[in-house]
Design a binder for this molecule. Structure first.
Ligand code: B12
Length: 212
């Protein structure tokens, strides 16, 4: 059983009742069994996934999914440390949400990497291929992390890869479509795929070692 299972039940109830205080209390209590990054990456993910599943089954409305996301954004800002002191010297790195506006996963991965000492640019959401290719060139990005939540966007990574013209930029992806199909990241030409903050940290660390 996931160590956050009990907290997840309580958090789900708090979200659906739009009870911010109760949700905050659950998250703070969960910090007794996991780090802030685990609570954000694991407990929040698990709970929003359940809420999303209930929406798919027609048991909840989109506004309930939306409000759960809004409350999460506020609480994640409170529990995740924005910075750590020693920054790793590293290749230029950036993260963004490809084509859509599901921002929570990106927010968590960004904070987790920053909190672990990595310096990276936050490119925000709704990023289009052409715009990304320009940013990569201008900012000399070597590792690009993309959060992708919609299947059509995931398939467009192929265009991005093609636009990179065989350059040595590494693309790391994560998000719902890659969870649904664990071969998809290879199909679209990404260099790596991660499920959570700890995998993001492992992938980036390994890539940095290979680039050194
Ligand atoms: C919350 C949510 C919303 C919220 C977003 C709130 C916000 N501020 O972000 C709202 C209500 C606004 C929304 C809207 C929509 N949504 Co929505 N949404 C979700 C839901 C339920 C959860 C997503 C989420 O935030 N999870 C919590 C975060 C923390 O988890 P995560 O993003 O997966 O991130 C974790 C990992 O994946 C990983 N990770 C993520 N990114 C990266 C990147 C890297 C590099 C790495 C290594 C790891 C990594 O680490 C994170 C932490 O553990 C998903 C269902 C699901 N199963 O994902 C649907 C889902 C993504 N939505 C979906 C849809 C269809 C929509 C809408 C089109 C609905 C509509 N009809 O309007 C709109 C489109 C909005 C848009 N244009 O962006 C579909 C997409 C289906 C598809 N095949 O493409 C999903 C999959 C639901 C479903 N099963 O149908 N949504």
């Amino acid at each position: 059983m996931n160590k956050f299972e009990v907290f997840s039940n309580q958090l789900e109830r708090a979200f659906l009742m739009l009870d911010r205080e109760a949700a905050e209390k659950v998250m703070l209590e969960a910090l007794s069994v996991g780090s802030p990054i685990e609570v954000a990456g694991n407990l929040v993910s698990l709970t929003l996934k359940r809420i999303g599943d209930s929406w798919e089954q027609g048991k909840l409305s989109l506004s309930q999914v939306y409000m759960s996301g809004v409350i999460c954004e506020e609480l994640i800002d409170k529990i995740l440390p924005p910075n750590s002191q020693g920054r790793h010297s590293q290749p230029r790195m950036a993260i963004g949400v490809y084509e859509d506006y599901h921002l929570l996963g990106k927010r968590i991965i960004f904070s987790a990497l920053r909190a672990s000492g990595f310096e990276l640019m936050d490119l925000g959401g709704g990023l289009q291929t052409k715009q990304l290719l320009e940013i990569i060139q201008k900012e000399k990005i070597k590792i690009l992390l993309l959060s992708v939540l919609m299947l059509p966007s995931a398939l467009h990574i192929k265009d991005l890869k093609r636009g990179l013209n065989g350059s040595d930029v590494k693309i790391v992806v994560g998000g719902a479509p890659f969870r649904f199909d664990d071969m998809l990241w290879k199909e679209v030409g990404a260099d790596a795929c991660g499920d959570d903050p700890s995998q993001a940290i492992q992938i980036v660390t390994k890539m940095m070692e290979e680039m050194a």
